[in-house]
Design a protein around this ligand. Structure first.
Ligand SMILES: Cc1ncc(COP(=O)(O)O)c(C=O)c1O
Length: 388
């Protein structure tokens, strides 16, 4: 016999009926996210499996090996954090910083400031070395700051998405070793699209994101740390003050034990596997070269249209170009016009560069000649409508 138990009364939904989702078609040529590769989207749309399923456990190993490849590292502790780039950024800091540690940040854009904010929340003794938004740091500037502040950690942004600058990395890792300091690198806008050699450059910790050079949707934050960083982690006096991002706990899941830590976003990792597989299939150096070639086409095309680029050519980032907004033009109105009328997204300036530049991203799947021509044609035909 079945008993029918009365259900509690519910408040009726008050709003208009919500239709099934329909996403407008967009070409994402801003600072990220970038469009995802169709086969990545297909992988994500598969039915989930259990996060301890033997199939998934094998897939985790594949994702880790492929991540090591795109980062050019043999670091054991290499895994995608469940969260965006900021979660992986916070993971590097939460695991490595102990209260009072001298922590030096190179601030030449918006994300340097985010590192300062995060490190201070973990009670680091934070120092900064500053460069203008559009410049990089010289070795001399870095060495003077290492001597002055004697940091335990130096944090730099390899690819500053707010300015379009690529920080030259030659010799910085060796300087850090000489001054007994760990090197932490933000590679959110470089991974997959810009030459990046974690081991050769002696980078001790790095993080990235899924939604730019890897052609995945946002949601995962690749993380890597080497033995030097692990040693500092193992010598901590207190626990890592963030349970979710504690690498020693996470490694029980991502390492050989495969012990439950949290329910992994399995579908995002299906997508990550596919995205990384595609880079391996293309070849990492081919991917870097493709990004370079398309960026150069864009730079030449913009200059031919009489536009000025914000960053000098030797420091320019192939994945993200900053273009000066010409005098008298409402930059925001122009980008809204492109979005509303052509479905093309370009970014505006952030922080010090707000209202001064547009940011054009050519990342991962979106770095191709067709997209370069499309954005150049739009600048050519539409910008004149915004001139007084
Ligand atoms: C250089 C840099 N660092 C960190 C982040 C933060 O990543 P997320 O927005 O995925 O949390 C971004 C985001 O664009 C970035 O460009």
């Amino acid at each position: 016999m079945t008993t029918t138990q009365a259900l509690p009364p519910v408040q009726q939904f008050q709003g208009e009926p919500v239709p099934p989702i329909s996403v407008p078609e967009r070409l994402l040529l801003g600072p990220g996210p970038s469009n995802s590769h169709p086969s990545v989207l297909q992988a994500i749309s598969l039915q989930p499996v259990g996060h301890l399923d033997p199939f998934y456990v094998d897939l985790m190993g594949e994702v880790q090996s492929l991540l090591r490849y795109v980062w050019q590292t043999s670091n054991r502790l290499t895994l995608p954090m469940s969260g965006t780039g900021s979660a992986a950024m916070e993971a590097t800091i939460a695991n490595i910083v102990e209260p009072g540690d001298s922590f030096l940040v190179g601030v030449n854009g918006y994300f340097g400031n985010r590192l300062v904010d995060m490190a201070s929340r973990y009670k680091a003794d934070v120092h900064t070395i500053k460069a203008s938004w559009g410049e990089a740091f010289t070795l001399q500037e870095i060495e003077s700051a290492l001597i002055k502040h004697k940091p335990k950690i130096l944090a730099l942004v390899h690819a500053e998405t707010s300015t379009g600058v690529c920080q030259p990395m030659d010799e910085i890792g060796s300087l850090c070793r000489k001054h007994d300091c760990l090197l932490l690198l933000d590679t959110v806008t470089s991974l997959g699209g810009v030459p990046l050699l974690i081991d050769e450059w002696k980078v001790d910790l790095a993080y990235s994101c899924s939604q730019k050079g890897l052609s995945c949707p946002p949601g995962l934050g690749p993380f890597t740390m080497n033995k030097r960083a692990e040693d500092k982690l193992n010598k901590r006096i207190g626990k890592v003050p963030n349970w979710y991002l504690d690498v020693s706990l996470l490694n029980q899941y991502w390492g050989s034990d495969r012990i439950y830590h949290h329910t992994a976003p399995v579908n995002m990792n299906f997508g990550m596997r596919e995205a990384l597989r595609l880079i391996a299939e293309e070849g990492l150096s081919n991917s870097w070269q493709r990004h370079r070639n398309n960026a150069e086409l864009l730079w030449k095309g913009l200059e031919n249209l009489g536009l000025e680029l914000h960053v000098k050519s030797e420091l320019r980032l192939p994945t993200l170009t900053t273009v000066k907004i010409p005098e008298g033009i409402d930059g925001k109105a122009f980008s809204l016009h492109l979005l509303n009328n052509y479905g093309v997204e370009i970014g505006g300036g952030l922080g010090d560069l707000a209202g001064k530049v547009w940011r054009i991203g050519l990342m991962g799947y979106n770095s191709n000649k067709e997209n370069v021509n499309k954005v150049l044609d739009l600048f050519d035909s539409e910008l004149k409508k915004f001139k007084n």
